[in-house]
Design a protein around this ligand. Structure first.
Ligand code: APR
Length: 245
């Protein structure tokens, strides 16, 4: 019997995939980093200087995530997996919208806002089904809990695993990222040379590195359009009809 290999889609997402769910991106003129200085809220130094301020910043973002729902882009990717495609998602996002849409293979490069972690042992994670983190909330080793996110200046523990996954892609779909943050953005270089790579982002034309195809559309339009083509043919390809829209 001939072996039927399931096509493997690797998806690399950034804040733009959650924009239509009402979650702020970072580098737009009205983005998060326009109102909050990175060095005040998202570095180990900020945490040492003023943990209360850092906790309040992540409480605000956690509330925003809890109020949000997955959009058509998250849902299309989950539906593709449900149909039998192999879909691996590597996300820079700390929200849980891919999981809530139904995707089962999601790697969070920059952590997860719906979890806390020990400030002395990064392996100790605690789900936060409701509420936030207060000063005085301790891990099982007696140290203060902190958001389970990767701050600027910290290493990205899952980057090696993400590179391995990218290296197995039949097609790499990149969605809603300015590709401004390393090492995450260098993930594209780990896809096999013969795997097509496409970026869906309203600013795609300005952002694409050489060899990457630009689809200058919002995620909620561009991703479901691609997924419909893949579902109807049972294979991963870059249809002219979508590229020309
Ligand atoms: N659909 C798709 N993309 C969109 C949409 C949309 N509806 N709206 C905006 N975008 C795009 C923007 O054009 C931009 O290219 O989303 C991208 C968001 O870029 P950034 O704000 O830089 O977010 P991201 O690339 O995810 O940032 C990477 O930086 O601050 C850190 O840790 C944070 O994980 C984050 C990392």
């Amino acid at each position: 019997m001939a072996e039927h290999r399931v096509p493997h889609l690797v998806v690399f997402t950034g804040a733009g995939i959650s924009a239509e769910s009402g979650i702020q991106t970072f580098r737009a003129s009205d983005g998060l980093w326009a109102d909050h200085a990175i060095e005040d809220v998202a570095t180990p130094d900020a945490w040492r200087r003023d943990p209360e301020r850092v906790l309040r910043f992540y409480d605000m973002r956690r509330d925003q995530v809890r109020r949000a729902n997955p959009n058509a882009a998250h849902e299309a990717l989950a539906a593709l997996e449900k149909q039998g495609f192999r879909v691996s998602i590597i996300t820079q996002n700390i929200d849980d919208l891919h999981e809530r849409a139904g995707s089962r293979h999601v790697l969070h490069l920059h952590g997860e806002i719906v979890k806390a972690r020990s400030s002395v042992d990064p392996r100790m994670h605690y789900p936060l089904p409701c509420g936030g983190i207060a000063l005085g909330d301790l891990c099982d080793k007696g140290s203060q809990l902190r958001p389970d996110v990767v701050w600027f200046g910290e290493s990205v523990p899952h980057f090696g695993a993400a590179c391995e996954i990218a290296g197995q892609a039949d097609l790499l779909l990149v969605v809603g990222t300015s590709l401004a943050v390393m090492p995450a953005a260098s993930l594209l270089e780990h896809a096999p040379l013969d795997a097509p790579c496409v970026l869906v982002d309203p600013e795609a034309n300005a952002l694409v590195p050489p060899g990457v195809t630009a689809i200058s559309q919002p995620a909620g339009k561009g991703v479901p359009a691609l997924v419909r083509h893949w579902q109807s043919e049972g294979r991963l390809w870059l249809p002219e009809a979508v590229l020309e829209e």
